[in-house]
Design a binder for this molecule. Structure first.
Ligand code: SF4
Ligand code: SF4
Ligand code: SF4
Length: 314
């Protein structure tokens, strides 16, 4: 008997849903056991009845709920709460759902300031009056991860999450397990480059000059990106972006890790730890431009990013 699955997307870009489809052959094997009863990314569903003729939000009952995207407005809150009521196991899919994701960078400002910067006084667009339609959902004060609003059973981080882990978590649930998580390892733990625990020292270089590597040689001949003087978030980022096998995706492309899988464990302080990691190889972490945003790029929920108190006038 197939298991009913509900999928929803909130403050999301649909990359996580593409990852579900990228599960490929593993998904084909799983499909006979899964019955997707609601997946707006693939099938047009109306929130108010399947034909749009209802008066209340209708999410079908299911064993598994897969939700991508964080919570940024009252509609997201409503949909998420309804999904939680209707499913036995809730999976937070992707770093937006797990940590707030890139949209939670906006948590560095108050809502009115964001509206001012983005809609009212943006250099590249014509200012426009605020939308006044009372049917539009209201912004929530902060962009939140799902577990800041409801109970989450399984978290699959990543921007985008690796299809291997989507299949793995679904198989675990189908086998009757009630928990699944990636092992607590860092991207550095799975990175094959040469490390000498020292750099040339000085300021952290901006990513506008080339790193040194020979494209004819393997990564095991390349020097660690941090030790070459650039910011690589590998020391404080959860490993897993290469799936069950292989080298971290950005390192494969010979670019620095930007931290898209989020912290290695709940409650970690990646910014503090990353500044420590840079210091330990002789770099000055205070020279990282916009370091609060850059070192919390995918994890602005859970209070990692919040408006700073106004500085007293000098
Ligand atoms: S985690 Fe990445 S891929 Fe998934 S919804 Fe957010 S931005 Fe898109
Ligand atoms: S800092 Fe980056 S390049 Fe260096 S070992 Fe870690 S992941 Fe690899
Ligand atoms: S190397 Fe880092 S930023 Fe790149 S995909 Fe992996 S976890 Fe994400």
């Amino acid at each position: 008997m197939p298991v009913n699955v509900v999928s929803e997307w909130l403050n999301a870009c649909s990359g996580c849903e593409i990852s579900i489809l990228n599960t490929g052959e593993a998904l084909l094997d799983l499909l006979p056991q899964l019955n997707f009863v609601h997946i707006p990314a693939l099938v047009d569903h109306k929130y108010f009845g399947q034909l749009g003729d209802g008066t209340t939000l209708e999410i079908p009952e299911a064993v598994v709920g897969i939700v991508s995207g964080g919570v940024r407005n009252t509609e997201h809150e409503h949909v998420l709460t309804e999904v939680r009521k209707k499913v036995k196991f809730l999976i937070a899919l992707g770093s937006c759902a797990a940590h707030g994701g890139v949209p939670a960078q906006a948590n560095m400002w108050k809502g009115e300031e964001v509206w001012d910067k983005v809609f009212r006084h943006c250099a590249s667009t014509e200012p426009a009056p605020d939308p006044v339609d009372p049917n539009l959902p209201k912004w929530t004060p902060m962009c939140k991860a799902l577990d800041e609003v409801v109970k989450v059973d399984i978290t699959i981080p990543g921007c985008a999450p690796h299809p291997d882990w989507i299949a793995d978590a679904l198989v675990a649930l189908l086998e009757g397990k009630t928990a699944w998580a990636l092992p607590e390892r860092s991207v550095c733990d799975t990175c094959p480059v040469i490390r000498e625990q020292k750099s040339g020292g000085g300021p952290v270089k901006r990513w506008i000059t080339n790193m040194e590597f020979n494209p004819e040689e393997g990564l095991e001949k390349m020097r660690c990106i941090n030790e070459q003087g650039f910011l690589c978030m590998g020391p404080v980022t959860l490993a897993g972006c290469a799936g069950k096998h292989g080298v971290p995706r950005c390192i494969q492309a010979r670019t620095p890790c930007r931290g898209c899988f989020g912290p290695i464990r709940k409650g970690a302080r990646p910014m503090v730890d990353m500044m420590g990691a840079l210091t330990s190889v002789g770099l000055d972490p205070k020279t990282v431009l916009d370091r609060r945003a850059v070192m919390n790029r995918y994890i602005g929920g859970h209070g990692y990013l919040a408006p700073l108190p106004a500085r007293p006038a000098r």
